[in-house]
Design a binder for this molecule. Structure first.
Ligand code: MN
Length: 354
């Protein structure tokens, strides 16, 4: 999958976006927030003497719970996708900087996903298959089919090109494709590709948990990532209430791919991202029967990030250089062996050339 068109951006400073519905409601109801409410009788006021220590015991801030709707996008082959990251309200969750939910969709033979050769830099592409079969080819010479329950993880580093196409006869597609921004010290590394035919499985009650990235429940995912992060898929064949330990140093987001989940007294359905913020020690979820969801977490990224088309970099100059190298057919990206389709053309840069 590839971003048809992306906008340049950088992570939000954080606090401003943390003012979710709950936070606002809580602030409004906090007694200290309205000490001179109009209904208050003047006679009832207590005039306090000046004090050098006016610390007031405030209730702890409630956890962040922000609802973010996906936007629709299109990838090659006409498969509809909902893009959850980056969106206006949120650009990153830890180092996770892109999340497309493709399908579930059926298609006639010869249809499905068909994304021609395109380049990447500065990121890892992380493909998690739920239904269907997709063939990945890249300029390192890899040709790998990814099937349900499997992950393809491509590290772009300084540059790579790849294609993705549904296998003939696949008939269905349901997948999540994520990007992970590489930290500055790794962003220019040599490109690499990993296929993981199986991921660690855990159970939380009747809920099936797949550890996609990071560590959880005493297990460590084999997927090689370069920032502190977590990726889990939860699948509840029957209705299930579960509690998960979280890392308070991480920020988290939760995306139902099917079904519905209640968190913090609110209901989230497929393609509604629940941004959960940081500082949480635990998370309680009520999953309806048949619900499948992704839980993503990571240490909030401090460095600026620019995302344009299929490129992630620290600044616009690095993006412009990559775009120029792709347009001129530089060996930086190389050809994809076995690919006889049309390569993708980058849209013009959205900022004036320096
Ligand atoms: Mn791609």
């Amino acid at each position: 999958m590839s971003a048809e068109r992306e906008i340049a951006g950088r992570p939000a400073s954080g606090r401003a976006e943390h003012a979710g519905k709950h936070a606002a409601e809580h602030a409004a109801g906090r007694p200290a927030a309205q000490p001179f409410a109009a209904t208050e009788s003047p006679a009832a006021r207590v005039v306090e003497p000046p004090s050098t220590d006016r610390r007031i015991a405030m209730p702890p801030a409630p956890p962040v719970l922000q609802r973010i709707a996906a936007r629709t996008a299109a990838i090659g082959g006409g498969i509809p996708v909902r893009r959850v990251l980056p969106v206006r309200e949120r650009r990153t969750i830890g180092a996770w900087c892109f999340l497309d939910h493709a399908g579930p969709a059926g298609f006639a033979d010869g249809g499905g996903m068909r994304v021609g050769a395109h380049p990447h830099i500065g990121l890892q592409t992380f493909t998690w298959m739920i239904e269907g079969e997709v063939l990945h080819r890249d300029s390192l010479g890899n040709a790998q089919v990814v099937r349900p329950g499997q992950v393809n993880l491509m590290t772009a580093g300084r540059g790579i090109a790849h294609t993705e196409a549904s296998l003939p006869g696949a008939g269905r597609l349901h997948a999540a494709q994520l990007w992970i921004a590489l930290p500055p010290e790794v962003a220019g590394c040599e490109p690499a590709f990993e296929h993981h035919p199986a991921l660690p499985q855990l159970r939380l009650g009747g809920c099936r948990v797949t550890l996609l990235a990071g560590s959880f429940g005493g297990q460590v995912a084999p997927t090689r990532v370069h920032s502190p992060l977590l990726g889990l898929e939860l699948h509840a064949p029957q209705a299930e209430a579960v509690g998960l330990p979280l890392d308070p140093a991480f920020e988290y987001g939760l995306l139902p791919l099917a079904g519905e989940v209640h968190v913090g007294g609110e209901r989230f359905v497929a393609d509604e991202l629940a941004y959960l913020g940081g500082g949480r020690e635990a998370l309680a979820l009520d999953l309806a029967a048949g619900t499948r969801l992704l839980l993503l977490g990571g240490a909030p990224r401090r460095e600026p990030i620019v995302i344009w088309w299929n490129f992630v970099a620290a600044d616009k100059a690095a993006i412009a250089a990559a775009q120029r190298d792709w347009e001129t057919g530089s060996a930086r990206f190389g050809a994809v062996p076995g690919d006889d389709g049309e390569a993708l053309t980058a849209p013009p840069l959205p900022w004036a050339a320096d």
